[in-house]
Ligand binder design. Structure first.
Ligand SMILES: [Mg+2]
Length: 375
């Protein structure tokens, strides 16, 4: 293993249909989502997979991630020693600015190979698992609220407890009625969370937040645009309900500013925002020092990216607010994994196999996704 290097890189831009329309406040998604998959092969023939799943209104584009990997990162990755993952992340950061999703995809595939070579899971390589399952949060974002209510009626008896309502999308009065309907149907037996995806303006937002606060959300996520940190701080101060920063917190620098201003009580950590597993763990080290818990967010990620997220959360104690890793089970009509990561009793079960603990083959890839480009 000591002399093992990366010998080959294949990159695919794929497109997958989704089952339901999603109203997110920004970037409403209908029909299909695009993402990028990377397969690295080591000199002894061990393969590892990684995924870049940018969302154009949030982090970037799949086309840019594909070009970054194919044109700019490929020469750095070929010949890179499999054991020197951190050195490769430094080299990638020096070679190209931004493109965190592309760098994450490479880093994930490297960890997958190192895990397979050593017989250890990625969580083991990140310090060892501190949890075997992660509570699953499902997002209520269907334009047809009755369809979401019916989904909840089916999911709650299966053990699902955490539901995050995308708010700031419909008129406030309609959203108040919907929240009331949820509490009436499920009482305090569910963990209700709200996510505004930056939809409100600081002017007048507190009145809206005070009104939704009576439904006792566990947290209110990103009520205002990402750079409105002083407004976030004022809400965190005025409300007993915690404020969670998502779009306001991409990286360690963002988090340090949030802590300086007391702008949030919790953060959403997405590997696509952090741009790497090691960077996400470094972010959570800062959060831990400030006693800020983390929530496992996702973009339109498929099974490879969510496997990486699952391994990260399994090995990172501060990621205690659950995860929203429901895409392959509930939203994507198909996924590229041979076998999906199991969801049971309202939790994602952390795979135990080496590397990411998943299997991707050419058959599972080509059978379950439309390949738009490959190189
Ligand atoms: Mg969010």
């Amino acid at each position: 293993m000591h002399s093992e290097k990366i010998a080959h890189l294949r990159v695919f831009m794929i497109e997958s249909p989704i089952k339901m329309k999603r109203l997110q406040g920004v970037g409403n998604v209908m029909g299909t989502v695009k993402r990028v998959l990377v397969e690295l092969t080591s000199t002894s023939g061990v393969t590892g997979w990684g995924e870049a799943a940018p969302w154009e209104v949030f982090t970037g584009t799949s086309e840019a991630a594909f070009a970054a990997i194919d044109t700019y990162l490929r020469p750095l990755v070929i010949g890179a020693p499999v054991r020197n993952i951190r050195q490769l992340t430094i080299t990638m950061d020096r070679a190209i600015v931004g493109h965190g999703e592309a760098k994450l995809a490479i880093e994930t595939a490297m960890f997958d190979i190192l895990g397979k070579l050593s017989g250890l899971s990625v969580a083991d390589l990140l310090g060892g698992r501190v949890r075997d399952e992660i509570p699953l949060s499902f997002s209520i974002a269907d334009p047809d609220f009755d369809a979401d209510l019916a989904r909840m009626q089916a999911m709650v008896p299966e053990g699902n407890r955490i539901f995050k309502v995308k708010t700031g999308v419909k008129p406030h009065a309609v959203e108040m009625r919907n929240l009331e309907a949820i509490r009436n149907a499920f009482g305090d037996g569910i963990d209700l969370r709200l996510d505004y995806n930056q939809a409100l303006q600081p002017f007048g937002a507190i009145n809206i937040l005070r009104e939704v606060d009576r439904f006792k959300p566990t947290f209110i996520e990103q009520p205002v645009p990402r750079d409105c940190l002083t407004a976030m701080a004022s809400f965190a101060d005025a409300l007993d309900t915690p404020i969670l920063a998502d779009e306001s917190c991409f990286n360690a620098r963002d988090l340090m500013e949030i802590i300086r201003l007391n702008a949030a009580d919790a953060i959403s950590v997405k590997l696509m925002k952090a741009g790497g597993l090691l960077k996400a763990q470094a972010l959570m080290a800062i959060a831990d020092a400030a006693h800020i818990p983390g929530y496992g967010g996702t973009l339109w990620e498929g099974g490879v990216a969510l496997a990486a997220g699952t391994q990260f959360i399994a090995a990172t104690p501060g990621m205690s607010l659950g995860c929203e890793f429901y895409m392959p089970h509930h939203v994507l009509t198909e996924d590229v994994l041979e076998e999906r990561i199991p969801n049971r009793g309202g939790a994602v079960i952390v795979p135990t196999g080496p590397g990411l603990g998943i299997t991707v083959t050419d058959t599972s890839l080509r059978g379950n996704a439309r390949i738009l480009a490959s190189a």
